[in-house]
Design a protein around this ligand. Sequence first.
Ligand code: BDR
Ligand code: CA
Length: 328
Amino acid sequence: MSGKKVIIDCDPGIDDSLAIMLALSLEELDVIGITIVCGNAPVEMGYENALKILRFMNRLDVPVFMGAAAPMKRPFVNALDTHGPDGLGGSFLDSVPSDAYFRQEQTALEFLEQTLLAESVSVIALGPMTNLAALADHCPEAFARIDSIVSMGGSFRSHGNCSPVAEYNYWCDPDAAAIVYRETDHLGKRIHMVGLDVTRKIVLTPDLLTYLKRLDPETGSFVEQITRFYFDFHWEWEHLIGCVINDPLAVAYFVQRDLCSGFEAYVQIETDGICRGQSVVDSMQFLKHDPNAVVLTQVDALGFFRFFFLRLLHLKKDPDLLPLLVRT
Ligand code: BDR
Ligand code: CA
């Protein structure tokens, strides 16, 4: 592999699964490990789901590590209401048998620590930041060696998706998110915050799904199988025809930075009360604090779907019908 080394920290989860599929399709990336955190699904379920996705992608060689089973201080609240009873849209795909996969004994924390002490790699964080905060607490030297962090999480101007102001990943473990932003600040680095302002624009519509199936029946049907529940959820709760697929945007942005744009700012995560999990963005520099984040606010949604389909399906040329199918 000659791509850039990354670790995907995630909670699969429907959109995490699409993100993993995309990441494994990109020649620019070398996914050296997937670390699982509790979030959308309990951590054991997330682990099994990651294996199911790796099997579909024919990549059971990628190591998966079990991470935190609960947030740092808060009781764990999963998002199975959004992601289905099995965390994969009620698809109930067969489990990956134990003889088909070498199960790692190392925990996510051990893997992160050992890997980062040996070399600097990037992390694409698609779930609550419990594993990363644990690393920052337990081994600051390893945390300091993270090359870049792209985080799906938070929100600047857009409303929350599990409270008036908070996005799920930061709401689920606000203490962890607060630590990761604080420690990044101490290091003088910046987290790339791919929040709801941009991910809300990434709507997989029935038209797009049909097109995906036409282009590649096997992959399209698999995506349909795991997203059907997500479509129903969005209709029930938001009267949206389609589903918002947050996490793949973070992967696409990691590789193609011009898909999103925004501004640098100091960000702090609120840990308590009605604003629990809110990403407070000091866009007007009231606090006179150096930036610790790049806050993404604009996204080229058509560009994203072009990238997603082209790369996931290994197409040679741009899917030319996409402009007709993407709502921008
Ligand atoms: C985030 O929370 C989860 O439901 C999704 O997987 C995504 O990472 C969106 O708020
Ligand atoms: Ca996720």
